[in-house]
Write a protein that binds this ligand. Sequence first.
Ligand code: HEC
Length: 170
Amino acid sequence: MKKLGLLLLAMMISLSSCGGDNAKKAKESADQAVEATKDAASEAGDAVKEAAEKTADVAEEAAEKTADAAKEVVDTAKEAVSGVDGKTVFMNNGCIACHQVDKKTVGPSLKTIAASYVDKKDDMVKFLKGEGKAIVDPAQFAVMQPNLNTTKNMNDADLSALVDYMLSVK
Ligand code: HEC
């Protein structure tokens, strides 16, 4: 707006002036007007650039926040699954492939295993940590053994929930 005022002023001066140097004054005014327009254009360009940079910053920040929030939701869900639901641990680690609830397949049924471990939760935890002996079907232990690599590496919460589930099957 200031630039526009200058421009008007310059035009008024050029219009109202009289005498021999009218042409020279008009040229000066015109030059000033061109300069003022150039300045205004460059200022506007800077403002647009600045606004675009700010928008990019805000967008980037928002994207980061969204990613963080999504990660948190996934972590919470994982925690809920591993900490609470032993059945999910059992299913997710492929145990169901050999252990059905009440019929023998490749491995003994969950009912058979639970019957052998009544009041022996600690013993089953030890077995799954690779620190105990097979008591259900020792002759077939070689088939079960590779799975101990999975259960050995579980955290205590997962392992405890898993054993609780296996013992809960009656
Ligand atoms: C490839 C088939 C197979 C898979 C998969 C499998 N098991 Fe077994 N499991 C067996 C067999 C066979 C036995 C019987 C041998 C034995 O008693 O150690 C057994 C026995 C067991 C026993 C009883 C151990 C004892 O004292 O005799 C437990 C507990 C057990 N499995 C837990 C699991 C868990 C937990 C998983 C999943 C991480 C799993 N199994 C996956 C085949 C399997």
